[in-house]
Design a protein around this ligand. Sequence first.
Ligand SMILES: Cc1cc2nc3c(=O)[nH]c(=O)nc-3n(C[C@H](O)[C@H](O)[C@H](O)COP(=O)(O)O)c2cc1C
Length: 197
Amino acid sequence: MNPKKIMILCGSPRPKGNTHTLADWAAEGAKSAGTEVEKVDLTRLRYASHGCTSCYGCQKLKEYRCVLKDEASELLARIPGFDALVIATPVYFLGPSAQIKVLLDRGYSLFKFNLETGAVSTALKGTAIAVIASAGADVSQGLKAVEDTYRALASFTGGSFSSLLVPQAPHETGGLSNNSAMREKAVAFGRKLASSL
Ligand SMILES: Cc1cc2nc3c(=O)[nH]c(=O)nc-3n(C[C@H](O)[C@H](O)[C@H](O)COP(=O)(O)O)c2cc1C
């Protein structure tokens, strides 16, 4: 049997910051459970546009694809090939970072919305959704909003939802890296996600 696959989207500009640290630990746990993991640093993607252009071109296609021609479209088209999608983000201004939003707004292309009947179909059917998010403040200052947003995504995909929320995270780069309790928690999170697929 082919191994299950997890894609982790990392939306922090700090390569050694909390988001990447937590994502790497979760990836380690998932790999230890026999899952393939691909981690994507969204700050390295080349975009043809600052965001979705609201052209609705994706809704006119048979396939689930964004019509813009750039690396974001290529990445989005590959996501349905994964069993789980992990959204790893710092909380910025009470929500996910722009790096996450600029990609996932175009995740609209992975859905077909029938605006007359209200019917929705998606290439993400059955995809498990997980969130890894850290913040400087407590859960009410953005972490809960991030969690709620992507829990709603999971209700569209019909897949499971899980989250690892880290409030009061240290602000300095690398501040989490020596936190062995947090490491253990994040590794276990990744392992549990992988085992659930
Ligand atoms: C531009 C910016 C906006 C932020 N906004 C919030 C916020 O609204 N709420 C919060 O609790 N923390 C906020 N923070 C703190 C970060 O979420 C926190 O430091 C996070 O762990 C950083 O992750 P990173 O190391 O991966 O970049 C903000 C930080 C920055 C740089």
